[in-house]
Design a protein around this ligand. Structure first.
Ligand code: HEM
Length: 155
């Protein structure tokens, strides 16, 4: 009886061990393909492109925002800072926050160079970020209100 029990215990122990090893192997194989780990805290220079909404084509707005962006990663949050050129023409710059377009925070304004530094949070730097700009060129009577998307390079 004892021997039977021992065998039984041994058998089930082996089974559990094999199952554990198999599970570990599966995770070891899958892990590199799963979601990318968040970047370590720090400040990064990250290149990005401004795309026409819902396309992979470069938007006209692309040349009005400086590159690379400064990305500050801290406490699980990514804050992106970039400079808007021709600041007097790009009258509004919004970035989607929790599904709603919101004005990027103006950090500083340089009147002499006609630029302003703006910042905004980005939850997922690997996904396209919805943004919006309003352009006003009074001398030619041009007003544009456009959705665009920001796509960041990997940190
Ligand atoms: C500061 C200069 C300008 C900026 C930043 C700008 C920005 C934009 C953006 C972001 C778009 C949406 C498509 C895209 O993402 O590329 C667009 C479309 C367009 N822009 Fe402008 N633009 C400027 C000047 C002009 C001027 C001077 C004209 C002509 C008078 C013009 C005419 C158009 C037209 C016809 C479209 C496409 C049609 C439309 O969607 O309304 N843009 N522009």
């Amino acid at each position: 009886m004892n021997m039977v029990m021992n065998r039984f215990e041994q058998f089930s122990f082996k089974k559990v061990l094999v199952a554990l090893i198999m599970t570990a192997l599966v995770f070891a194989v899958i892990a590199p393909f799963s979601a990318k780990a968040a970047a370590a805290d720090g400040t990064y220079a990250v290149n990005y492109n401004v795309l026409k909404d819902q396309t992979n084509e470069t938007s006209r707005l692309d040349s009005y925002l400086t590159k690379p962006a400064q990305v500050i990663v801290a406490n699980g949050k990514n804050v992106v800072r970039l400079t808007v050129k021709s600041s007097n023409l790009i009258t509004t710059f919004k970035v989607e926050q929790n599904g709603v377009l919101q004005d990027a925070t103006v950090v500083s304004t340089d009147t002499a160079n006609n630029t302003r530094v703006v910042e905004f949070q980005v939850a997922d730097l690997n996904a396209k970020v919805n943004a919006y700009a309003e352009i006003t060129i009074p001398v030619i009577g041009y007003t544009g209100k456009y959705d665009v998307q920001l796509q960041f390079d990997e940190i």
